[in-house]
Design a protein around this ligand. Structure first.
Ligand SMILES: Nc1ncnc2c1ncn2[C@@H]1O[C@H](COP(=O)(O)OP(=O)(O)OP(=O)(O)O)[C@@H](O)[C@H]1O
Ligand SMILES: [Mg+2]
Length: 387
């Protein structure tokens, strides 16, 4: 008769392709019960948006089918997003598991478009998502979501800003503070940093799996403040294919790397245009921008978003393509990118968990060593100071 140890051993052969670790040691198997050949457990994936979720489930089913003596098998599949940021030092935003900054070197490459559609794509998988429009000089998210008239309230009791809700995601933008469009240019350095800090830590974010932060281009006060204010899961760099955009993207990459913020990967936006008349793909902005950066910095390309009128129209009319046409090839491209981003977050989270575990083991070994050194025969030593 098959025993629970054999089941666990067999499940230990199933490897998460992103994390390169087996699902048992990653703690993905919960509530396992085996009773006279009737097996049941929950497979808890690291994110509902993992590109390999189906593969992992299939591998689990296959592994169980290879065991003799299982007469009935009930599998429940859930997902619990891992914490991709070190929360110990950061009690202020402890309800947010992952914070992803979306940066670029050059302006106009599509950061806001990508941030918004990725946020919507992640939300579509069932993840809880927030979107912070950190472009205080030129907030564009309210227009892109068709909520220009929305405003933010302050919860007097909590002294916290209440994010606006739109299509299932929590949104904060300077654009909600009425008539800021023409005033924003007067804000500089410390004021700008202060506003961003408030948006981050003085907002009543609910329990979020992912907070996407849409940054202004370049390496100015806002990206710098973001990197220095709170622990981030990582940075997503958006570029277009031409050399002029990718070579400036490298500068943004350099800044975040210097500040020890992980780089999750690159999105190449407007990578190709499929002509509606001739049906041929045209590489209007050239090729290989993201690929070049990927090789130089050894970071993955997480998505290629086509140049598409639907995407542009959607942004201008407040109906992002992920909502207006969720099954279009462009939306599919955003979905693929969102899943790859979620996978990178899980990789960062697993690395963090490993580091924390080894720190703990190191600590307990150190404590054990200290105790050994300080322990006199017959009981613990009292303080060595003279009385
Ligand atoms: N894949 C795409 N296909 C067609 N149009 C796009 C695409 N991506 C972005 N756009 C359009 O390009 C313009 C610039 O995009 P967006 O505002 O997202 O860029 P940005 O990098 O956030 O700009 P900024 O640096 O000013 O913040 C917008 O009009 C947007 O609709
Ligand atoms: Mg923008």
């Amino acid at each position: 008769m098959v025993g629970i140890d054999q089941v666990v051993e067999k499940l230990g052969t199933v490897i998460d392709p992103d994390l390169k670790k087996d699902i048992v040691s990653m703690g993905m198997i919960k509530d396992i019960e085996l009773d006279s050949g009737k097996l049941q457990f929950t497979l808890e994936l690291t994110t509902p948006a993992c590109p390999f979720n189906e593969d992992i489930e299939n591998d689990v089913r296959k592994a169980i089918s290879e065991l003799d003596g299982i007469t009935k098998f009930d599998l429940k599949v859930t997902a619990k997003v891992m914490e991709g940021r070190s929360l110990e030092d950061d009690s202020t935003m402890s309800t947010v598991k992952n914070i992803i900054g979306v940066a670029s070197g050059k302006g106009g490459v599509g950061k806001s478009t990508v941030s918004l559609n990725i946020a919507l794509a992640l939300s579509r998988t069932g993840a809880k998502v927030g979107l912070l429009d950190a472009d205080i000089y030129g907030p564009s998210i309210p227009l892109m979501l068709g909520i220009k008239e929305a405003y933010m309230q302050v919860d007097e009791e909590k002294h916290k800003l209440q994010p606006t809700k739109s299509n299932g995601i929590e949104v904060v933008s300077f654009g909600f503070f009425g008539e800021q469009d023409h005033q924003a240019a007067i804000y500089r350095g410390p004021i700008i940093s202060g506003i961003l800090r408030q948006f981050l830590v003085d907002t009543d974010w609910s329990d979020l799996d992912y907070l996407i932060v849409d940054l202004p281009p370049g390496t100015g006060d806002i990206p710098l403040t973001l990197a220095q204010t709170i622990p981030l899961t990582g940075i997503l760099v958006v570029t277009t294919p031409q050399a002029v955009a990718s070579s400036v993207a490298v500068k943004a990459l350099g800044m975040f790397s210097k500040l020890n913020v992980p780089i999750l990967g690159i999105i190449e936006n407007m990578s190709l245009f499929e002509c509606t008349k001739c049906g041929e793909p045209h590489r209007i902005f050239g090729t290989g921008g993201a690929e070049r950066i990927s090789k130089e910095f050894d970071i993955p390309v997480l998505g290629d978003i086509p140049l598409n009128f639907g995407i542009m129209d959607g942004s201008d009319t407040g109906k992002p393509i992920m909502l207006a046409n969720p099954n279009s090839p462009s939306s599919l491209a955003f979905e693929v990118a969102a899943k790859n981003i979620a996978a990178q977050c899980s990789i960062v989270a697993a690395r963090l968990a490993d580091e924390q575990a080894s720190e703990k083991t190191g600590d307990s070994q150190a404590v054990a060593q200290t105790q050994q050194v300080g322990q006199a025969p017959g009981g613990p030593q009292t303080s060595g100071t003279d009385r």
